[in-house]
Design a protein around this ligand. Structure first.
Ligand SMILES: [Zn+2]
Length: 566
């Protein structure tokens, strides 16, 4: 079975013009065909056709008739206000996005009335020195250049946005695009129809470089919307870009791999809202069925092959053997969900790490903690690890150290390194040293395995400071997890690099407990993957919040502790 990309008869679109223009102006940015004209394949043309589908009753106001009362028609001429393109890795979304952005920048991408016959689009009449001409069929929608294109390429991170920006920059330097576009420092200048440099430009915006976000735009190409989450604040980023587009009759176009359906990304929200003025391109491999009428099983090699043949149909540059090799390797390493999303183009629940990896990395800083801290403790006897994490009064989280015989160790214990048993005397010594070295305002302890010990710490350091925290209680834990992820996203808390805590954080997934609540857990079926240091980390942040709320950081410097003999 192969996907069907035929269009109904009489489909009104700027795509025939657009395809010809792209082929005449955009070049292959890389690989074997570098420098050759960019030819659209069937699925790419199908996307272009819908993106530029024109309403049969679209109104056209010729530029010379535009007045304050008689405004030009931009996005209202199109059937779709927005598009979302969902496709697997290596499908070629990057170069296509670049080509579409180029077309929006200096191509005839704005509706200019219906042809009566014999009309032409001629580049030389439109500020481009190339020889491109296009003859319209009678009744075909015509296009003209946008009078003031302002385009944004948006992504969460700089490296992601470069996946679109770099091929576009290459295109402006190799093909006929050079007549209308000039790369500048960090953006691309679009030359007006008279060849002059005005304000028209193509910019990149990311979560960290977003000063132009919310500005009016005629077009936005937003990459990897499946990774735009509330936790990394990209949902607000998307809203701002949408507002910028609405401000000047612009449109928003999203591109993404399949997302993890536990994360409620911007892509997922768009997809599930099913608004009729948003066009979604998605080749769902579940239309393929086995002999029993069931969807194909991605863990079976032969089924994977059929799925890949379907979702990569019409992308001859994709080598299905190397796709299979990458997918099989992910499946073998226990990451079938990821393989299924990335290469199988399936919307499945992923590992769903509680902290998105990019957010964790972004909040890793190099700094010096103060000596005013709160502590979190997650203890176990002999199976899981035991860890103490700290957060100072400014929100900086770190792993404290303790000393035995002149050697310094982090306060994280792996029972396997101690004959299968957590060395409780070391844990006691470490806590003792931390309380001597720092002013400890609060100490939150998971009470499952160390209950007697925690009672003793409470007597020693004060019951107001040493608080038992049941990490298995969904109501309390859910609240703390929500606070943690929000504060992390909003830079209220950051952390020093700790390799163990990082691994544990990247192991931790959420587990629903019903009533819209969740707790933290190991990935299903992967008991050997530890999360204890991250648990202690969450507790240190909860303890710091408790200390701030109760003024304990202020009194911690004055408090005198009574040290009991061991
Ligand atoms: Zn041209």
């Amino acid at each position: 079975m192969t996907p069907d990309f035929t269009l109904p008869k009489g489909f009104l679109t700027l795509a025939d013009l657009g395809e010809a223009w792209i082929e005449g102006h955009c070049v292959q940015p890389d690989r074997a065909l570098r420098g050759k004209p960019l030819k659209l394949t069937d699925w790419q043309f199908y996307v272009l056709a819908h993106r530029y589908q024109i309403r049969p009753n679209a109104r056209f106001v010729p530029p010379e008739e535009v007045t304050l009362e008689n405004q030009p028609v931009f996005n209202q001429a199109f059937v779709y206000r927005s598009t979302l393109i969902i496709g697997p890795q290596k499908l070629g979304k990057g170069p296509l996005t670049s080509a579409f952005a180029a077309f929006e920048g200096s191509g005839p991408s704005v509706f200019a009335g219906f042809a009566k016959g014999h009309e032409k689009y001629i580049c030389r009449d439109n500020g481009c020195e190339c020889d491109f001409e296009y003859s319209y069929w009678p009744g075909e929608p015509m296009g003209m250049r946008h009078p003031s294109p302002l385009i944004q390429l948006g992504a969460f991170s700089e490296s992601q946005v470069q996946n679109i920006y770099r091929p576009l920059k290459t295109m402006t330097q190799m093909g006929a695009l050079k007549f209308t576009m000039t790369p500048r420092e960090g953006f691309i200048r679009i030359l007006s129809t008279d060849g002059s440099e005005g304000l028209d430009r193509i910019d990149t915006v990311t979560s960290s470089a977003n000063s132009r976000l919310g500005n009016p735009i005629s077009d936005a190409e937003l990459d990897e919307l499946g990774l735009w989450l509330r936790s990394n604040k990209m949902d607000r980023f998307f809203d701002n870009a949408s507002r910028g587009a609405a401000g000047m009759g612009g449109r928003i176009h999203g591109w993404t791999n399949c997302w993890d359906i536990t994360q409620n990304s911007v892509a997922q929200q768009i997809y599930e809202a099913k608004q009729k003025d948003v066009w979604v391109f998605y080749l769902n491999p579940d239309v393929l069925r086995d002999e029993n009428g069931e969807p194909l099983d991605y863990s079976i090699k032969a089924h994977r092959r059929l799925i890949h043949e379907f979702v990569y149909f019409g992308s001859p540059w994709v080598d299905l053997d190397s796709i299979e090799a990458e997918a099989a390797s992910l499946v073998a390493r226990g990451n079938q969900a990821q393989a299924e999303r990335y290469f199988g183009n399936r919307l499945v629940a992923g590992k769903g790490t509680f902290v998105p990896p990019t957010l964790w990395t972004d909040r890793t800083v190099d700094d010096e903690p103060t000596n005013l801290i709160a502590l979190g403790f997650d203890g176990s006897a002999n199976d899981d690890w035991t860890a103490i994490r700290a957060e100072d009064s400014s929100g900086l989280r770190f792993t404290p150290t303790f000393t035995i015989a002149g050697e310094e160790y982090p306060t994280i214990w792996d029972p396997d390194k101690h004959g299968g048993e957590i060395p409780r005397h070391e844990v006691r010594a470490a806590v003792d040293q931390i309380f001597k070295k720092y002013h400890v305002a609060a100490f939150f302890c998971d009470d499952r395995e160390f209950e007697t010990q925690i009672d003793q710490w409470a007597r020693q350091y004060g019951e107001k400071r040493v608080v038992k925290f049941p990490t298995y209680n969904p109501t309390r834990m859910h609240y703390e997890l929500e606070r943690y992820i929000t504060d992390l996203a909003q830079c209220e808390t950051e952390h020093l690099y700790c390799p163990i805590t990082e691994v544990h954080a990247m192991n931790a997934v959420t587990k629903s407990t019903g009533n819209d609540k969740y707790i933290l857990a190991k990935p299903p079926g992967q008991y050997e993957r530890k999360i204890d240091a991250f648990m202690a980390d969450i507790l240190s942040h909860a303890a710091a919040a408790y200390a701030h709320k109760n003024g304990l950081f202020e009194t911690a410097t004055k408090k005198k502790y009574y040290y009991l003999p061991d």
